[in-house]
Design a protein around this ligand. Structure first.
Ligand code: NAP
Ligand code: HSE
Length: 435
């Protein structure tokens, strides 16, 4: 059978874009064997065509002129690997409305403008795919939309940012925060501005996308409470180790009694929990639901060629499913209300700095007990007349822990505002033991 020539374009030719072109070149025979089509990058939008590229394209490919892409009727689809909200969002909307299918690796764009983008795709009668926007090489969107279509997923728990996971694991091995961040940047894991990585905004956008697809209800970046790794103290990491746990930046999307909660924050993860073993720029997503109980997907969560593999898979899938199939639709079919965050139950790690004298521990324990918060583990460290209490509580509603800590911070023996992080120890699925 004669192969079909498919000219495609890229918006962006940086870490991911150049890797997409490399993969399409180097795997052209494999793609043709599997699909009968040969995808060829004919245009790639950049800011500076003179810049040196990791994989040099043919001389006529790089352009600064978006019109040369949208107006070229031979271009069958476009991969957006440029990043940012504007002008990127405007370009993607124009392409979709003009009837060109789009693949995007841009989690901020999908998480912030998803509704508008899917409406434009529907107007243009084309597909918008976004696998690479979440966890790079891990095909989690495909699993949620296709393999788990009849599964009532009620919890998604994951490590969804490669840069921060890389930083945390390098710091455990003795590297400084700055050294580890610089290494993550040089390896192409970090965003162009790494603030999104370390502040938790990148992971929050990914959790918004995962929650939207898992629960079928629109969740945007604005619906996600998030906190990054900048507020972590070295003594939190040390105390976690002393108590048999490790610190990870964890995203959680949960459906409780028909309401949803989506958040990202550093958490103490029990060393026996599967998430504790996720190291370096790897990501992992645990999907929990009625029939499946639990499925964990783990793999590279960042990197040029890793992300490009998901972009290329989406491009090939569009070619194979154009004009057919439910995957071209928006994943949302209902509107689920948000859970009151104070009602979310978890064990917590609490750090409290107090004066080191008789009766103080009793005062602290009393405030916790008054709010029904029970202590499971306690480590006390002394330092120059003050004592730092590292406490792990039994499971309690977040609002009750917060109320107890507010009272503790008002005690005259209290030396600094207490801090609290969730602890992930139980699998959360009845009947599932460790590993
Ligand atoms: P990058 O290396 O900074 O590349 C961005 C590319 O877009 C560059 O080629 C740049 O042109 C071009 N560009 C940016 N703004 C432009 C504008 N206004 N007009 C024209 N061209 C413009 O970024 P990346 O790491 O490849 O990431 C791209 C996207 O993939 C982002 O949305 C990111 O979140 C996502 N992503 C990245 C990874 C990863 O591991 N890197 C993983 C998953 C998803 P110049 O080259 O001329 O500057
Ligand atoms: N900067 C992102 C990360 C890239 O580190 O996870 C993958 O989306």
């Amino acid at each position: 059978m004669a192969s079909v020539d498919v000219p495609v374009a890229l918006l962006g030719y940086g870490t991911v874009g150049s890797a997409v072109n490399r993969l399409l070149h180097e795997s052209a025979d494999d793609i043709e064997r599997a699909t009968g089509h040969r995808l060829r990058v004919v245009k790639a939008l950049v800011r500076d065509p003179e810049k040196e590229r990791a994989y040099q394209p043919d001389p006529e490919v790089l352009t600064t002129d978006f019109a040369s892409i949208i107006e070229d009727k031979s271009i069958a689809l476009v991969a957006e690997v440029m990043g940012g909200i504007e002008p990127t969002g405007g370009y993607v909307l124009d392409l979709l409305r003009a009837g060109k299918p789009v693949v995007s690796a841009n989690k901020q764009l999908v998480a912030q403008k998803g509704a508008e983008l899917f409406e434009a795709a529907s107007t243009g009668g084309v597909q918008l795919r976004f696998e690479a926007s979440v966890c790079a090489a891990i095909p989690v969107i495909k699993v949620l939309r296709e393999a788990l279509v009849v599964t009532n997923v009620h919890r998604v728990l994951g490590i969804v940012n490669g840069t921060t996971n890389f930083i945390l694991t390098e710091m455990e091995r003795g590297a400084s925060y700055d050294e580890a961040l610089a290494e993550a940047q040089s390896r192409g894991f970090a965003e162009a501005d790494p603030t999104d990585d370390v502040s938790g905004a990148d992971a929050a956008a990914k959790m918004a996308i995962l929650a939207t697809v898992a629960f079928g209800s629109r969740v945007t970046l604005a619906d996600v409470d998030y906190e990054g790794i900048q507020g972590l103290e070295a003594n939190d990491v040390e105390a976690a180790g002393d108590m048999g746990m490790t610190v990870r930046l964890v995203g959680a999307a949960t459906l409780v009694d028909g309401r949803l909660d989506v958040r990202v924050q550093p958490a103490l993860v029990d060393r026996q929990h599967p998430l504790a073993a996720v190291a370096g720029a790897f990501n992992a997503v645990m999907l929990q639901g009625d029939a499946i109980r639990e499925i964990t997907l783990e793999g590279p969560g960042a990197g040029g060629i890793e992300t490009a593999s998901a972009v290329v898979a989406d491009m090939v899938s569009i070619i194979g499913t154009t004009g057919t199939g439910f995957l071209q639709n928006d994943a949302c079919w209902r509107s689920v209300e948000r859970l009151d965050p104070g009602k979310l139950r978890s064990p917590f790690y609490v750090r409290i700095e107090v004066e080191d004298r008789a009766g103080v521990l009793a005062h602290v324990a009393l405030r916790l007990a008054t709010h029904g918060v029970s202590i499971a583990r306690l480590v006390q460290k002394q330092d120059n007349g003050s004592a730092t209490l590292h406490i792990v509580t039994h499971e309690a509603p977040a609002g009750d822990v917060e109320a107890a800590l507010e009272e503790i911070s008002e005690l005259e023996e209290s030396k600094s505002p207490p801090a609290a992080l969730p602890v992930i120890s139980d699998r959360g699925v009845p009947g599932l033991g460790w590993a």
